[in-house]
Write a new protein. Structure first.
Length: 329
């Protein structure tokens, strides 16, 4: 049984919480769909696939329910910087940070984290992917509140949000929770293992044992997250430390460009989270989450909503069923 976060602890954490929105992915798996809708192969976070607003805009909308725009930093590719600015023009406090090039999600998180710590060394952060769909955003925000408290309680100062699985998906990452620490009174479960895109037999075992789908929504103290990066991505984190001390200076952009020319690529999930110890996970119930990682999973996520009909009409598929029976999320 997880203890509920007290109002005092929730308010204390929220006053120092920043949001990091990850929106620098190339989105190649959905390129054919976004090409059909927008006339160009946009990354799915910048495409309007689930209503009139893009996934990026919907993510910022959800974040703004609990974290103010002036404490929200979104990382995007240099190529889509102007588009990102246009899409958050109605929330001018959101800061857009662009990567000189794509070096994976490790450096992609280090860059906005450096911007947060340069402004508030004692900050807490919540990291949000920008290309997911939630049918019930308020359920997500309630889970994020519990996630922040669990991060503060966890040995490593870092917690992840998991989703109660309802099928043996072979296309998602899984988190295997360990036994709860009732004596310690922690609000999250320890993480026993990560399993990325298992085969069908393993996926059924994971479902049967109560494993969770990994949303990649992470809460942490900024310093704890930076320590994990230093431990598991030392070359990238040490290089980014040079930039951190020069953010918003005349030479800052030149230093960043130089760092990215030499920066090794790294994956935050594989190279950091899967190697870390002392992480916690909080299960999220009834938020209607989907990573919308393929056109099939997008259609399945929108099933039963007006957004699906709108999408079908825009694609010229009226009268056809775009949702295969094998859709798993």
């Amino acid at each position: 049984m997880h203890r509920r976060p007290s109002m005092k602890s929730a308010i204390s954490i929220r006053e120092r919480t920043w949001a990091i929105v990850l929106a620098a992915g190339d989105g190649t798996r959905m390129a054919s769909l976004t090409q059909a809708l927008h006339g160009q192969p946009l990354p799915k976070q910048f495409a309007a696939l689930a209503g009139k607003r893009t996934f990026f805009q919907q993510t910022i909308d959800r974040v703004s329910l609990i974290i103010p725009p002036e404490r929200t930093i979104a990382v995007v590719s240099q190529r889509h910087k102007d588009l990102a600015h246009q899409q958050v023009a109605d929330l001018p406090g959101v800061r857009i940070v662009s990567q000189p090039s794509n070096r994976g999600t490790g450096p992609g998180l280090l860059l906005p984290l450096a911007h947060v710590l340069a402004r508030d060394p004692e900050a807490r952060v919540v990291v949000f992917p920008s290309d997911h769909h939630f049918q019930r955003p308020m359920a997500l925000m309630a889970a994020v509140l519990a996630l922040e408290v669990a991060a503060e309680d966890s040995p490593a100062g870092v917690a992840l949000l998991g989703v109660t699985a309802d099928s043996p998906s072979t296309e998602l990452g899984w988190i295997v929770p360990g036994a709860g620490d009732a004596e310690g009174g922690r609000s999250g479960l320890p993480i026993a293992a990560f399993v990325e895109k298992p085969d069908e037999r393993k996926a059924r075992q994971l479902l049967d044992c109560g494993a969770l789908w990994n949303t990649m929504i992470v809460a942490a103290s900024g310093r704890a997250l930076w320590r994990l990066m230093l431990q598991h991505l030392p070359a990238q984190a040490l290089a980014m430390s040079q930039y951190l001390s020069h953010i918003d200076t005349a030479e800052g952009d030149e230093i960043l460009q130089s760092i990215y020319r030499e920066m090794p690529a790294a994956d935050f999930s594989r190279d950091v989270l899967e190697r870390a110890r002392g992480l916690a996970v909080v299960p999220m119930l009834d938020a209607g989450w989907s990573d919308c990682g393929t056109p099939q999973r997008l259609m399945a996520a929108l099933k039963g909503t007006p957004a699906l009909g709108q999408l079908i009409e825009r694609l010229g598929l009226r009268g056809h069923s775009p949702v295969p029976r094998s859709a798993s999320a």
